[in-house]
Design a binder for this molecule. Sequence first.
Ligand code: GLN
Length: 491
Amino acid sequence: MDLYRLKIHELQEMLQRGEVSSREVTESVFRRIDDVEGKVGAFITLMEDEGLECAELADRRIEEGKQDGLTGIPLAIKDNMCMKGKRTTCGSKILESYKPPYDGTVIKSLGGHLSVPVGKTNMDEFAMGSSTETSYFGITRNPWDLGRIAGGSSGGSASAVAADECIGALGSDTGGSIRQPAAYCGVVGLKPTYGRVSRFGLVAFASSLDQIGPLTKDVRDCAILLTAISGHDRLDSTSVDIAVEDYVNSLDGDIGGLRIGIPKEYFTGGIDPDVEKSVWDAVKGLEKLGAAYKEVSLSHSEYALAAYYIIAPAEASSNLARYDGVKYGYRASRPEGLIDMYAKTRSEGFGREVKRRIMLGTYALSAGYYDAYYKKASQVRTLIARDFDEAFKECDLLLTPTVPAPAFKIGEKTGDPLQMYLTDIFTVPANLVGVPGISVPCGFSKDGLPIGLQLLGRHFDEATILRAAYAFEQHTDYHLRRPSLDAGRGK
Ligand code: GLN
């Protein structure tokens, strides 16, 4: 049996029954990586030695009967989460050799479970991007068509899950970076409510939007991983002290009476016909399972992308001020004085997209422009949040496509940032408002590329979107198909 193909919940049972050991599973995963990583490029750093060592500890714990949710399960981690003594690059030259002196809170939680670290996954530099093409460490490819992007910025985590190079993974989502690559790669991805998962040890991009979340092979695995990483953390003042439910309990398949809202502003054109059809088929499918749907209005939707692309760069420009060649990572050689050292370090250390964001953000925050841009965008954010509050009076969740079209070709949008930004049109509102969102596979295009369905819930109501996603998944087989890892079809 190809153990690397299994899911978290399947392995949990097999490990518990003693049918396999974590060492066997881990070896199988690393053999798989040997076979396919050259094609996919999902990882920046592999951790085979640490992984095998941890697998042995996990096996001992399982033998002692002290196994819990993730013990012995090989997981991949996006390379913007601090792991003590392990290179954490954020896909950037400026952090190429940075080794954090501490574990982030999610890493600590996974370590407590004795889950097995597989490696650190590739990402757009500082999580800025929608395609994992801006990484200093190269491009990650889509396992369904190697000529296409995997999405971003958590493209490495999504493609590692899709290509069975790990059993599950963590990503981060500031404007869609978990849900969007999950949709492109045909896996499940969930952005939790802002404050549900600690951001301590997550390298900051836009602090009022960032959240860590799971990327998995199915919805049950997503619920397991989310339960493990959720919870209050006094090291993150924005994490919220609300009890964590066991999200697996919400997977009862019962969605009778569930009210689904379809935001009419999201369906006004520009959606690929295959995506539109799959999403409406999904609506009909959910209706058959007992849910009811109605049209709702999110009237400020057209401003969400613009507001996001002011707020996120503004926060980024402030967060990235710390990379100055003094405290962390890369420092330019032979500077002529302090100012020159800052300037050279930052111009040599950051890539083009990061510099673009810093310039946009600095401009939006500068005296004289602050009111016109940052303040206005913050006001728009409030209006968008009110739209969601109103909509959630009429429905229990909102349903949209995750992205307007399936994965595009590598290089197709790199010369046109605006086209790249437009792929985030359906995902950014959840971050601006702080609500949770999941992307679950809902079909394939004529070219055989995965399509994702997005479900958004009320604050801290991850249970409802997981319940609906699970019911939907159980009546479809999209999550069971695996990519062939063929060379690009060139269409
Ligand atoms: N694609 C979006 C951006 O480039 C979102 C990125 C993210 O969620 N990290 O800002």
